[in-house]
Unconditional design. Structure first.
Length: 314
């Protein structure tokens, strides 16, 4: 092999090793990235208004900044991918139903929380770390994943039983969402009744289930909940979801809450304004930035502005 070829091979190998090192670096969460931006601007003495002007200049020069956001934790409902002529192995459903039955009336176990593995999970604060925390600290998520979309009547009856009469609210919520993936309108009444529950975990499951099922009846129930839920967190979540479906009343609710006295409500509003808004929302958020004092809400606000950056010249 000639010296030129050897040199080319070495350069190619070095570039490959460089790419491998880059892929092994944990990707930071949206919150840490956007918050770092805000701290950096502050340390440099750059005002939010100046940032907006600089961002506008970047847009005019054709620069497109990446959008930074957390990946969603998605229920893939694997059984829905099976062809209709292939049956699920009965042993799978038997074991999933056993877990459901054993835990639907279980109250939180303080001893279980001392599991050293759970301690490790709480320390995983990168993007994938948060997903692992949810996946392996919440049995309900895995049960939802396994039972979502089940067509078997015995499985459906067990899920309805758990949703209506279970003591463990996590398992109740999981059972409802699993039923929702059947897209069967017969369960809409169950999901609507969940919106009246005093437990916000159950109400949230009702909202999510109605979103999965869809349809006019479900959307009407969500629209009502966005205006009447006892929790502003549930209200703004439902409002944002119907805004995403094209209901302008949802947008109005979110805009009425983005200056709320509670930092959590503001942060959630900023998030959805960034996801669903346009030039008006960009202007409102940019005006809000100098007055936002909570660091988490400010980081969320920065992230929303980054997402709406294409509207900065409008």
């Amino acid at each position: 092999m000639t010296n030129g070829k050897k040199k080319g091979k070495r350069m190619e190998r070095k570039e490959t090793e460089k790419q491998e090192r880059l892929t092994k670096v944990p990707f930071p969460s949206l919150l840490s990235v956007s918050f770092c931006f805000c701290l950096l601007f502050s340390a440099l003495g750059i005002s939010p208004a100046a940032w907006g002007q600089g961002a506008a200049a970047g847009a005019s020069s054709g620069i497109q900044e990446p959008i930074l956001e957390l990946q969603p934790l998605v229920i893939t409902a694997p059984r829905l991918k099976y062809p209709s002529n292939i049956m699920i192995n009965p042993l799978i459903d038997m074991n999933l139903l056993r877990l459901l039955s054993e835990h639907e009336n279980e109250r939180p176990n303080a001893t279980a929380q001392l599991d050293p593995n759970l301690t490790i999970l709480t320390k995983l604060t990168t993007l994938d770390g948060y997903n692992l925390q949810t996946r392996y600290s919440q049995l309900g998520f895995l049960l939802t994943q396994g039972l979502a979309g089940a067509k078997d009547l015995q499985v459906q009856q067990a899920l309805v039983q758990a949703a209506q009469k279970g003591i463990n609210d996590q398992i109740q919520a999981s059972a409802m969402i699993a039923l929702a993936y059947t897209k069967d309108p017969q369960f809409i009444g169950l999901f609507m009744s969940a919106l009246q529950n005093s437990n916000i975990t159950i109400r949230f499951a009702g909202i999510e289930s109605l979103l999965i099922v869809g349809g006019n009846q479900a959307e009407a129930a969500l629209s009502n909940d966005a205006q009447t839920d006892a929790s502003l967190v549930a209200q703004i979540y439902a409002a944002a979801k119907i805004w995403g479906l094209g209901d302008v009343s949802g947008r109005n609710i979110v805009l009425n809450l983005y200056q709320n006295s509670d930092w959590l409500i503001r942060a959630i509003a900023y998030h959805y304004m960034g996801q669903l808004g346009g030039s008006y929302e960009y202007t409102m958020l940019l005006t809000q930035l100098p007055t936002e004092t909570n660091p988490i809400a400010q980081a969320e606000l920065c992230a929303a502005l980054l997402r709406l950056g294409k509207y900065r010249n409008n």
